[in-house]
Design a protein around this ligand. Structure first.
Ligand SMILES: [Zn+2]
Ligand SMILES: [Zn+2]
Length: 116
């Protein structure tokens, strides 16, 4: 069985969150819960293009120095530009405090900020 091929919740597997360069993975439960809520509100399959990032990978892709991707608090998901405003609003309802649309790059960045 390939590593990280493990179902975490009805719609997500661990491997979807793993670092694209090394397979390391870290994910806060609050991120998973918010994603499942968004899946329900949006009614669309959610495709994660970037989940956890190790420090090297974060540097490679030009991520922010203190990126939430390095903490397991953020994902980038596919979303066409014309839907980004609506999906950002749904994301806030779902529990994300961060929803950053990337326009014609066709993705949005979603982040949670756990209290503990
Ligand atoms: Zn990596
Ligand atoms: Zn991001």
């Amino acid at each position: 069985m390939p590593i990280n091929d493990i179902r975490l919740s009805p719609h997500f597997k661990l491997k979807e969150f793993q670092c694209r360069c090394c397979g390391t993975v870290k994910i806060h439960p609050m991120l998973l819960e918010a994603l499942e809520r968004l899946r329900e509100l949006w009614g669309n399959p959610i495709v994660i293009t970037s989940g956890y990032r190790c420090a090297n990978h974060n540097r490679e892709v030009g991520g922010a120095k203190e990126s939430r991707h390095m903490k397991g608090f953020a994902v980038d998901v596919v979303c066409i530009a014309s839907e980004q405003a609506r999906v950002s609003k749904l994301a806030r309802e779902a529990g994300f405090d961060q929803a950053i649309p990337y326009g014609v790059r066709n993705f949005i960045h979603l982040g949670v900020w756990p209290k503990d």
